[in-house]
Design a protein. Structure first.
Length: 197
């Protein structure tokens, strides 16, 4: 199965603003480094505490357009069956028809549509997020951490920290709202490697 995970990579798109002064031009294609990326989600358990989990399988690519950053492109897919809370019974429930219905909808997909620079090293990245057969717009707040040559792989590496939130009911995931919060908070720590062309 082609595996992947939430949103996570959109962060790459704002990087051109940060290092345009370095003389980088044209389009660079990056691929998310799954070994150095963690996509975490947080939900409220009846207000008592936050339940924390992540997605373990995902893939994504980013085309960074340094000449015209607004035309950069990001495409990410998530294997919804890879959701993990660390609690086996809860994971089974999350994969069921009550929530992600992974047999019917095995992937979630993000495609970027717009970038707005907030500061030198941060931007809001808007995009279409498709889950459970429904597509809605979400916004990721992306902070660019670093761009440098990886001394071991001898490839350009970039790093990002991302935050976002969404209401699951907008995608039809409206079961058990009295017990599990509608709002889902997302934090992503991600790295991506340039694809040599």
């Amino acid at each position: 199965m082609f595996r992947k995970t939430l949103i996570s990579l959109l962060f790459l798109i704002y990087a051109p603003f940060s290092y345009a002064a370095d003389g980088v031009t044209g389009i660079e294609t990056y691929q998310i480094d799954k070994d150095h990326t963690n996509i975490m989600w947080y939900i409220s358990h009846m207000g008592f505490s936050r339940t924390i989990g992540n997605f373990k399988e995902f893939e994504g690519t980013v085309d960074l357009n340094h000449d015209d950053p607004d035309k950069s492109k990001i495409y990410i897919t998530i294997d919804t069956a890879s959701i993990s809370s660390g609690v086996e019974d809860l994971d089974r429930q999350l994969r069921s028809e009550l929530f992600f219905d992974v047999e019917e909808y095995p992937t979630a997909i993000f495609e970027s549509t717009d970038i707005t620079l907030i500061e030198e090293n941060s931007a809001d990245v808007k995009g279409n997020f498709t889950m459970l057969g429904k597509t809605k717009e979400i916004t990721l707040n992306v902070r660019f951490n670093k761009r440098a040559m990886d001394p071991i792989l001898n490839r350009m590496r970039t790093g990002y920290s991302i935050k976002s939130s969404m209401k699951r009911s907008q995608w039809g995931m409206d079961q058990m709202l009295a017990f599990v919060s509608d709002e889902i908070n997302i934090t992503i720590e991600a790295e991506a490697l340039k694809i040599d062309q």
